[in-house]
Write a protein that binds this ligand. Sequence first.
Ligand code: ADP
Ligand code: SF4
Ligand code: MG
Length: 339
Amino acid sequence: MSKKLLEIDKLTVSFETDEGIFKAVDDVSFHVKNNEIVGLVGESGCGKSVTALSILRLIPSPAGRIEKGRIIFGGKDLLKLDIREMKAIRGNAVSMIFQEPAAALSPLHKIGQQMIEGLMLHKNISKKTAWNIAEGWLKKVSIPDAGERMFSYPYQLSGGMQQRVIIAMALMLAPDLVIADEPTTALDVTTQAQVFELIKELRQSHTSILLITHDMGVIWEMCDRAVVMYASRIAEEGNINDIFSKPAHPYTKGLLKSVPRLSTDAERLTPIHGYVPSPFNYPSGCYFRNRCPQAFDRCKKEKPQLVDLGNGHKAACFLAEKNKKLCIPTLEHGNEKKS
Ligand SMILES: Nc1ncnc2c1ncn2[C@@H]1O[C@H](COP(=O)(O)OP(=O)(O)O)[C@@H](O)[C@H]1O
Ligand code: SF4
Ligand SMILES: [Mg+2]
């Protein structure tokens, strides 16, 4: 069995705003093994990006604060490293593809210069070699006239092209872990497919990937396992076949039913009713209960904890707990992913 590369243990992150303090990530634990693609999925506002930023210690401070937890990477707790040690991890052992490309590029420097800096710093190679590698990666992510683009400033590139540069920068260092936060949101469908192919290739070369998305279709196509987040907490976790063939949390079931290309008949295309509540307005008991078609009395009074359903499959729902006790399988989709 492959080893855990990243282990997040009881991570809790809070923000202090004018309205008060709230938890953006609440007691979240999961892991990514070597050579594995793990999907972190959930609607907007569930805490996916804050979880990702915590791994690289990039939570905006002082508003944001990691209150508790451990983030073990390669045997070390990243939350205990000093700034110098953390800088050595960023970009080299762990790289991140952000949702927003503009924030990740310096407006003052040419693309080529920005790309070779990381390569020269972390790989100890000459400027000429770094330049050739960087140009090769621009071609791989389908930047036209890659040689000329190396001399462009970010503002001279479209948003989609900037994102492809960021993706090339993250992938070319062949890190142990890539955290990709909705990496293809700004891209057209063809480029999206190319980027997903590149990410799959990376896994062949022993890089693990934490892929953040709101799209269960992407999870199905790309991932070995999925962690479903709802309103700052983990709702369900498991390998892809378990998540898709026997989802145990009504939220996961709702996400699956709202994906057109996964549903087997038109009737099942039902968006989840309502919205993710504001963190200042989480209901008592189960945070999903106001949207849950199966909510019952206990859901108002108690917060469900993750229940182990076997084979690494876990769900935080009282029904999963009950089904486990009765040993009733909750087959829903009948999909089986071939690996
Ligand atoms: N810098 C910030 N300051 C205040 N609140 C924030 C900040 N970043 C994120 N949040 C809040 O934390 C919660 C989780 O956000 P986020 O992790 O970005 O969600 P997701 O990536 O799942 O869409 C949301 O309620 C969001 O508004
Ligand atoms: S605990 Fe209750 S409200 Fe929450 S998901 Fe399960 S059934 Fe629905
Ligand atoms: Mg996000």
